[in-house]
Ligand binder design. Sequence first.
Ligand SMILES: [Zn+2]
Ligand SMILES: [Zn+2]
Length: 709
Amino acid sequence: MTEAGCLDMRSRRTRHILTLGCVPGEFLDAAVDLWRADRVDQSMRTGESVLVLVDQDATTPAEYIQTLLAIDHYSSPVGIIPISKRSSDLNQLVRLLGDETIHIDISRSRFRLTETAEANFPSAPPVLSRARQGDPASVAEDLQADLLVLQGHAGPVDAGFGRWLTLCSRHLHQPGEPPTFPCFDTYQCFRQKLHGRSPFSKEGLFNPTHLTSSLAIIDGCGTIPVPGSIFNYETSIARCVMESQVRAAVMTHGVSASPLSTLIVFLGTLAEGLSLGEAVRGANHHVYQVGSSTSMGGVAAAPWAVLGNPEIKVSGLPLIESVPRSTELGAEYSVDEAFLDSPFGGLVSLLGLSGRPGPFDVTAPDGRWVRGALSARGRTYLWIAGPGPHAKPKAGEQVKVLLSKRPDDPTSCWRRKSKWMQANKVLLHRMADTFTKRGGEEDHFRTLISLWDEISGEAELAAFAVTPLRRQSISPPLTSRTERLDARINALARVTARAIAAAVPVTGARLSRLWLPPWLPAGTVHFSEQCSCGCPLVGDARRHPLLELVRVEMRCPACGSAGDVCGERVTSASGAFECAPTVMGGPKQRAVPAGAAVEVRVRRLGGEETEGFASAALFDPFQQRQVLVDGTGVQPLSTTDLAVTIPEDWPQGLSQAVVAVVVGCEISFLDFDIMVQSRTADPVGGHPEVQPRGIGVKHSAREWRHVDG
Ligand SMILES: [Zn+2]
Ligand SMILES: [Zn+2]
């Protein structure tokens, strides 16, 4: 570990001032002196640092944007100084251009990011998760910060950062001028209604002229008005910031929706001693790399832009370098707990990653919050939370974080689960309808269906998770965030298996007909195993017409229906795609004496890699009597035997049985007929006292008589 706080010692960039429109000579002269400009003309060269003085009255939108794009073409960092003949004064230039360095007291940094969930986890650094504090006092405290970072919904005239902070510039409105917002001449604010307040209320409105932070980042859409556009500089937040005590600001051009990793690249780059203009370029480059929305095709000034001196440097950001130790699981980094012991935590620059291809996931074995990003300059930064307010780190204590390669397609299993949930929804509704039509209890399925509905919304969120697609952002593995959801799905799978088994004596055993829309033929499936009667099983693959799901209907030429199970596409030995069942099984004996147990074997061949549940129901042809075996666990790629004990007084002849096997979101059925023999008959293929073999355990069956109506 080495300290990396020292400022970059590279040679000074040429400082070039450009003007747009008609900038009065006194402003240009002051800017040249204060900023110690090397060049003042309209030509551009590579690698300079550019300060653009923008006359807000005479500059057209196209001129402004074309200039910024040209600056980007020459890879130059850029700062904007709006010049208004009505409202600019030289003091603003002295404040923004008079210094080369801003020092930040990091304990006085505050981040209020209302659009970034991962910044607001309870485990996130307390200064980062300020959007969790929704009260006027915490907002007032934040506005005193040295480094203030705000992110929310914004525009050139107002910007909202939660219920208690709206930056509002309406006080700048001059009577007689056309109002941009209704409140400009009526004092009725349409934002207040959204917060449940009277339109005349001033609660939560803040005039940004009173900002005092040394460095302010105001992220949201378009917080810098484009000159000549429908939003006028004279009544903008940007003008307020120019008139405030802020010494450097980062604001925005056009759409801005920067993920947290953008901020990490920005802070890491600044902490390494690069200039504010370079850090903003790095942040914008990252926004482009991760595919976030922007309104401009150049990274120099969009979406983030420096309002002020692009060459200013920021000291006081805690950054440390760390070299990894290779482990089986990935690269392990250690950081002194003492370094992280603050409400900010600390930034770590990771070394030794040049040979490792990303994307990366990161975890801290002690469970603390950690996020990171890869910068376009090839640096890798982590932001790690401190030990928390109540932990007192011991001298020399080390915090470990593990950087591991992200799986190729971590959301694929959630996409599949979501699709099965969609398909299952139809099945469960149709089963519920059939069940109630035939005299079953009205609410047997209702709660179950609503629980699946609830969970499917969350599964979709996991399926749509964007972070896994962002190679340049480093976050905890998706699996660490879906553990609780997985547990809830498993609990629901168990209940679903039981509910289906309990319903089939009423709905009937042929459940395939309940799938809708009709699944289309998708070829024949070959089985290596046989039915218990010795005949080869026959399978028809069926595919869902919309959802790219497959099922397999299994039959025995002698015994009839054998099941309808979830399938999956596999690659055959010849390289072709084939459909394979994820579950197989059936009774070991087809003829069983009353008083004995039918042994049913359930084999899991594929599908979701989680514990599944099997529930069995046996019922007589009149559907008057039934035996249920409650959900028993069936493990991935293993075999479980269930025993369904037939009561001694069970009617002789044909009975039907169904085993519902629910694995995560995959619902399969095994269904088959059983010939119940008289107690005195010779058992065929079984014995009354036979115990199930295999890894399963015998489950006690319960019986009740179904009463119609
Ligand atoms: Zn308003
Ligand atoms: Zn058979």
